[in-house]
Design a protein around this ligand. Structure first.
Ligand code: PA5
Length: 435
């Protein structure tokens, strides 16, 4: 497996015994999940997605991605929450850090809309789209979510003005429910190419459906390798019922042991800026799955070493109610060495000749020790490299562990009743009939 988990840094703040005491609960949660006998079991389609996704669907996604590439410099992925974060997490983890400023490589640059309601953002987007050939992937399982619906109304109208009705039709792909919702009706009426969000997969677990796969393929990444990574992790996690050998159960036990000891906030730490949106995806996955009924670990994220110069102070020295999960990447994809300087005016020759990745890892180790000594339990989830295969493993690992952890907490990890409250108020304030 690409992923290993290292719990040593939880000690001495969390004793091994405090973790192992939760193993029975984790194994019970595992049975609940595998037997599909728990709360929200109508939303367990994600468990088998890696192995059940057909070669025909993958080929179709790749074909449509290729067609989009032929006609677009830019592809606007329009969706929010689970209908957007998974794709962005993978694309940003894989793409060149300055992709949008470099000459095009035959794939469109992926940009995003429908994930907020900002007039300035949409106006800026319009300015850009005036100058670019573009296509649009609209993603909404319900087909009724306000933010993407508003963005889509605006962008559809812009596309139709720019390319005419028939031209726009070629450039819009809809990913939605197989039969319900206004987006489905509209897509049928307009004759858009469509992909289905399966009924039994909730938004935050949908990255391995067309919701994530089409944008990722459109960005030029290998969805076959992504699915293969997820498939191998599915095989690994669904075949090990014991908490001593199943890494997802180990992670679930460790984080719940921290929670039970009063460490209510989990910070996912990365040392690679390209993992920022993976952290955002993880925050949604865990926050929306566990934060209910007055319970749940609060998921937060930091990017080090950047945030060591901002949040580092609090983590080292503030209230002792947080623990860290470091997403550690052993090897960088590219090698860079610190050059020697004969004058050494900056005094940095002590690291001359070292790889930047080694320097980054020394920062990681130094921070690990400092935070643990400062009263922060720290665990590590380690992958060897960032690529499609390892990301596929990581996505599935986090999903599986999230389901286990939610069941251990006693909540339904697959609903999100709390997200309706703001919508009801907003609709009433905007005068929507019936609110
Ligand atoms: O995880 C979830 O269920 C949510 O984040 C939804 O994905 C999000 O609210 C968007 O919903 P929809 O796809 O119906 O537009």
């Amino acid at each position: 497996m690409e992923i290993t988990i290292d719990l040593k840094g939880l000690q001495p703040l969390i004793a091994n015994e405090e973790i192992s005491r939760l193993e029975l609960a984790a194994e019970a949660a595992y049975k609940t999940l595998i037997n599909k006998s728990g709360k929200g079991n109508e939303f367990l389609g994600w468990v088998d997605l890696p192995s059940s996704t057909s070669a025909a669907l993958v080929s179709k996604l790749m074909l449509v991605a290729k067609q989009l590439a032929q006609i677009s410099e830019v592809c606007v992925v329009t969706g929010i929450g689970g209908s957007y974060l998974g794709a962005r997490a993978v694309i940003e983890a894989l793409q060149h850090s300055f992709a949008s400023l470099l000459p095009a490589k035959g794939q469109p640059i992926i940009i995003y809309a429908g994930h907020q309601l900002s007039a300035d953002y949409m106006s800026d987007l319009n300015d850009l789209l005036e100058q670019k050939d573009y296509s649009l992937i609209i993603i909404s399982k319900s087909g009724t979510t306000t933010e993407p619906a508003v963005a889509f109304r605006m962008l559809k109208s812009h596309l139709e003005k720019k390319y005419g009705k028939a031209g726009a039709q070629q450039r819009i792909i809809a990913i939605t429910d197989k039969s319900k919702g206004v987006l489905k009706q509209l897509a049928d009426r307009e004759g858009y190419e469509q992909f289905v969000v399966p009924d039994d997969v909730g938004g935050r677990f949908s990255v391995l459906t067309p919701v994530g796969l089409l944008p990722i393929a459109a960005a030029g990444f290998d969805i076959t390798a992504l699915l293969q990574g997820a498939r191998d992790m599915q095989q690994e996690l669904t075949s090990k019922a014991s908490a001593t050998s199943n890494i997802a159960l180990q992670y679930a036990c460790a984080r719940n042991a921290c929670y039970q000891k009063g460490y209510f906030n989990e910070i996912l730490v990365n040392y690679e800026p390209r993992l920022l949106y993976l952290t955002e995806w993880w925050k949604q996955l865990y926050g929306e799955s566990e934060g209910k009924e007055g319970k749940g670990i609060f998921p937060a994220g930091v990017s080090f070493t950047t945030d060591l110069h901002s949040m580092g102070q609090y983590i080292q020295d503030g209230e002792r109610k947080l623990f860290e999960t470091v997403l550690s990447v052993t090897d960088s994809n590219r090698q860079l060495f610190v050059p020697n300087d004969t004058e050494n005016a900056d005094g940095l020759n002590f690291i001359a000749g070292k790889s930047l990745n080694e320097v980054n890892h020394k920062a990681e180790l130094g921070t690990f020790m400092a935070h643990r000594d400062g009263g922060v339990p720290v665990m590590r989830i380690v992958i060897s490299k960032i690529n499609e295969y390892s990301l596929g493993q990581l996505l599935y690992f986090f999903e599986f562990a999230c389901a286990i952890s939610g069941y251990m907490l006693g909540v339904n990890p697959f609903d999100q009743p709390g997200v309706e409250a703001y919508k009801n108020n907003m609709f009433a304030l905007l005068g929507k009939p019936g609110f």
